[in-house]
Write a protein that binds this ligand. Structure first.
Ligand code: SF4
Length: 91
């Protein structure tokens, strides 16, 4: 993994957030930590699984853990305005 991979994913998510009710967390160090985890999973397992949740081993079920997940249903989004990991926060 190199810096350009991290920057590429950051830019991808920034575009993804355009015109959404959420943005990337302004805490850059936290985001970098999560982006590295996502890239690591992509490079080793083929999919960007959530870096802060445990996979079940059931492929179908674990697809729900591919980032970005449907975090609007998460309690952290409803109560704390962030996805479970804090990669995305309410705008
Ligand atoms: S909780 Fe956040 S970091 Fe984890 S998969 Fe969902 S959107 Fe991605």
């Amino acid at each position: 993994m190199n810096e350009s991979e991290i920057e590429g994913l950051r830019k991808l998510f920034e575009v993804f957030c355009t015109k959404q009710e959420f943005i990337l967390n302004p805490d850059r160090a936290h985001v970098d930590f999560l982006l590295k985890g996502l890239i690591e999973f992509k490079n080793t397992l083929g999919l960007m699984y959530c870096p802060c949740r445990i996979r079940t081993g059931n492929f179908e079920k674990d697809l729900e853990l591919v980032c970005p997940c449907n975090f609007f249903i998460q309690e952290t989004w409803i109560k704390e305005n962030r996805c479970w990991c804090g990669l995305f926060v309410r705008r």
